[in-house]
Design a protein. Structure first.
Length: 143
């Protein structure tokens, strides 16, 4: 399975992202609860790119590719924006109260919690963020 979608850095396109993730999760037979987690993680990651990768008032593309590799669903988010490695951010200290905690970082924290792995590379002037999640393949009933 392999699908891709390219959106602009406009958060009004988030519903298209949600439809894309739903379609991919349904195609691989992912459990509904896990599919909801995937959608949340992808929305957090992609909205961060849409919001921060490109200078204000600059239109840029965000490409999302979905592939299955064995028992893993892999989403790769690619943009040509400002270099940013979300995996280099320190973990959020969730023991602190909201008032004590610095602003930002919760979205990345959430993505780390929901996905099995998250990796970042800068390749040919592009940010490449890869998110992976294992899933149970649906069993095939032999007749």
């Amino acid at each position: 399975m392999q699908h891709s979608i390219t959106l602009t850095n406009d958060i009004e396109q988030v519903p298209q992202l949600a439809d894309f993730v739903d379609m991919v999760c349904e195609e691989v037979g992912m459990d509904m609860a896990v599919a909801i987690q995937m959608n949340l993680a992808m929305e957090e990651a992609v909205v961060n790119v849409m919001s921060y990768a490109y200078p204000a008032d600059t239109v840029g593309d965000v490409t999302i590719e979905a592939v299955t590799i064995a028992d893993q669903l892999q989403f790769t988010i690619t943009d040509c924006g400002t270099p940013f490695d979300p995996t280099a951010k320190e973990d959020v200290d969730t023991t602190l109260s909201a008032e004590e905690r610095p602003i930002g970082g919760l979205g990345i924290h959430l993505v780390r919690q929901l996905m099995d792995s998250i990796t970042y590379e800068r390749i040919d002037g592009k940010n490449v963020l890869t998110l992976r999640k294992k899933f149970d393949k649906p069993s095939v009933i032999q007749g």
